[in-house]
Design a binder for this molecule. Structure first.
Ligand code: HEM
Length: 161
């Protein structure tokens, strides 16, 4: 029942990822430029709502795939990197005392975010770093039945048994 909604839930997750990243970019740039709108209550509320939806969708996806953090290495990596991203994000938007501090934390937060996406796409803790070795054709070695239903366009770079 839940598994039949896999594609829709994954779409929600990815949409939230895109919105969360874009909003963080916007707030980070506003903060670096010392524009107070970075802390506007509407932006903060939107950020909380989006991140909550992102995590709820993530939990549903793990339940459907029967793959869990602290059991499956790629999901453990994702959770740990998410914690790092939150810490860096807080420094970038709030805690840093100098503009340079905001910029450094902002850049590292974005790098962490990009790395999480690599881990998600490759299902491997090394994320994008696996690509030079394996190439796109070898990205994934396992495939849940729920994923098979949405393979058509992506099959060329997915490797499912
Ligand atoms: C720690 C919380 C998170 C968990 C437990 C989680 C879990 C998952 C799961 C189970 C999938 C489905 C993978 C599949 O399609 O086979 C997924 C997909 C994805 N996640 Fe997350 N996720 C989390 C946070 C994030 C974050 C913060 C980002 C972005 C920075 C992200 C980016 C993605 C992307 C881009 C996909 C699609 C990958 C693909 O199938 O090609 N996730 N996530």
């Amino acid at each position: 029942m839940l598994a039949s909604q896999f594609a829709a839930i994954r779409l929600v997750h990815i949409t939230c990822v895109a919105m969360s990243g874009s909003l963080f970019c916007l707030r980070g740039i506003l903060r670096i430029a010392s524009i107070p709108t970075a802390h506007h209550w509407l932006l903060r509320l939107a950020s909380h709502v989006i991140d909550t939806a992102l995590l709820l969708a993530a939990i549903l996806l793990t339940l459907i795939l029967h793959q869990y953090p602290f059991t499956d290495a790629w999901l453990t990596t994702k959770v740990l990197l998410l914690v790092l991203y939150i810490v860096l994000g807080t420094i970038a938007l709030k805690r840093a005392r100098t503009v340079f501090g905001h910029v450094v934390a902002f850049v590292f937060a974005l790098l962490t975010f990009a790395y999480i996406i690599g881990v998600a796409i490759t299902h491997h803790p090394a994320g994008w770093l696996t690509l030079p070795r394996s190439g796109l054709g070898q990205l994934r070695q396992t495939c849940h039945p729920a994923q098979l239903s949405r393979l058509s366009g992506r099959a060329r770079y997915r490797h499912c048994p």
